[in-house]
Ligand binder design. Structure first.
Ligand code: 13P
Length: 260
């Protein structure tokens, strides 16, 4: 997919049960217009992914999982593989900071999961970002570098075309303490320059990079106008239909509405 199309992902995290998720999707489907310039992706609880996949109009929304396991099959109690999710979801969040910090996921785990997603035709959204203490210590670019190199090891240039990077500074997640657009631009420049180093200038130009961290309806436009930002990864505000729709609207340009 080209960078002309903005990507807005709503990460519902561990909120809404199956019934609530279905009702919420119904509500969203009434108010989100289908437009060619924006792709709207919903990442519900894993429990609801299959039922929502039957309810969804894929021209209007795509689905993502918030995590997956990297082995295809086997004795891995409690896990769900990319192979099992293939055909049900189009995207997978990989290495979200809550996975890294609350569940001790390593760069090796994220690397294996990125590979598993690609192998199963699911777009991996590799989440990277520094903590407050790393930021205070001036280590932001080193952290981004390490998480990129760690997560993308073994990804070929061809495979990189299906990878999306989400810059989510950990200190800005769920805190209301959102990053300044200028700082986001600097971080994303560092990300693209690392991609250039690893894969060359064409890849650095074409890879899609999202921002996430306390995005709200009134801050979305500033981030979307920030150099290098191709979309948003929205947590809390994606659970409020009104706020989420306002955020999606900010991503539209003046292209034609395909369906109301
Ligand atoms: P908030 O928008 O609630 O800060 O969450 C961001 C996030 O973690 C999205 O993945």
């Amino acid at each position: 997919m080209s960078r002309d199309k903005k990507l807005i992902i709503g990460n519902w995290k561990m909120n809404l049960n199956t019934h609530e998720a279905s009702l919420y999707l119904h509500k969203l489907s009434q108010i989100v217009a289908v437009r060619r310039d924006v792709e709207v992706v919903l990442a519900p609880t894993l429990l609801a992914v299959q039922s929502l996949s039957l309810q969804i109009d894929r021209r209007q929304f795509k689905l993502a999982v918030q995590n997956l396991y990297w082995r295809d099959h086997g004795a891995y109690t409690g896990e769900v593989s990319a192979t099992q999710l293939r055909g049900i979801v189009d995207y997978a969040l990989i290495g979200h900071s809550e996975r890294r910090h609350l569940f001790n996921e390593s760069d090796k785990d994220t690397r294996n999961k990125v590979q598993a997603a690609i192998r199963n035709h699911i777009y991996p959204v590799l989440c990277i970002g520094e903590t407050a203490s790393e930021r205070a210590a001036g280590e932001t670019h080193d952290v981004l570098h390490d998480q990129l190199v760690g997560g993308l090891a073994n990804v070929t240039s061809e495979d990189l075309e299906s990878v999306i990077i989400a810059y989510e500074p950990v200190w800005a997640i769920g805190t209301g303490d959102n990053a300044l657009p200028g700082d986001v631009a600097k971080a994303i420049t560092a990300i693209r320059s690392q991609i250039k180093h690893l894969y060359g200038p064409a890849a650095a130009k074409s890879i899609r990079v999202l921002y996430g961290g306390s995005v709200k309806a009134d801050s979305a436009a500033d981030y979307l106008a920030t150099e290098g930002v191709d979309g948003l990864l929205v947590g809390g505000a994606s659970l409020d239909a009104h706020a989420f729709v306002e955020i999606i609207k900010k991503a539209h340009n003046d292209s034609i509405v395909v369906k109301k």
